[in-house]
Design a protein around this ligand. Sequence first.
Ligand code: PBG
Length: 329
Amino acid sequence: MITGKFPNLRLRRSRKSDWSRRLIQENNLTPSDFILPIFLIDGKNKKQAINTMPGVYRYTLDKVNHVIDKAIKNKIPMVALFPCTKKNKKNYLGTEALNEDNLVCKAIQLIKKRYKNEIGIMSDIALDPYTSHGHDGLIKSGYVINDETVKVLVNQSLLQAQMGCDVLAPSDMMDGRIGEIRKSLDKNGYEMTQILSYAVKYASNFYGPFRDAVGSKNLLKSNKKNYQMDFKNKNEALREVALDIKEGADMVMVKPGLPYLDIISLVKKNFKIPVMAYQVSGEYSLLENAIKNKLVDVNIILESLIAFKRAGANAIVSYYADRLTKIIK
Ligand code: PBG
């Protein structure tokens, strides 16, 4: 509803001074709005640059403590772990996903042991960091098969829950996996382990740098269109979310972020559930490269992150989460 009329009403009145602008501001960012992704690699004492993501690194387990210390100091509530698995550990079935000594399992145990409940740990449920073909599931006759993949994802979830993971985040887009995972967690005494479902994940061109970061880029020969959503669709997002809530998701994710603010807003309006959004690798690298090349001002980061809040996101997975204090200030 619009009330008032020029010249009695002048909206520029309240924009004149900084104090006044602060007084009427509708959205803001706090550290609690962020989830920090961390890429892991094998080895010792390494902080490895990722060429396609300037400013983002892969860490060996002995280096992860520094990252977590800083995250806790900056009051980030949760980190998300992503392994970059050595090529010789990848195979057609992605069996390394179920190895209790894999990178993610070791990282979860290490962080839990040292930090207890000081910070939440979220980890990805999907097979793409482990498969020689880079797909999120098992392949039969060139097609990612659903029900057989779900069985493996259930085991991957149980394993990570056993290691002490707080929030399991299935990012694979198989049908029915949330229900199966929830059921098996409950049956095995992990009824308090949360599920953050990547309910709305589009087959997107914005994931390129991430695939490079986890080493699946050159392995992936096709696309993920037969399981991830078509970016031409909107109503379908609501069906995905409705199903996952029924199956037991505690929170849902919309991904990518900035080009999909309409979807974040739609999900938030239709379901009273925490909605997370992922500012994905491609969004990050576009911004970061534009800033580096002085095409845009660095404040573009704050602007793009506030957009998520305006759309209604509860929290944002962002590769900027480790540099927040500067950004928010
Ligand atoms: C895979 C996964 C992807 C991302 C998170 N988990 C990529 C994909 O689906 O190919 C993308 C994150 C990003 O681009 O930052 N399960």
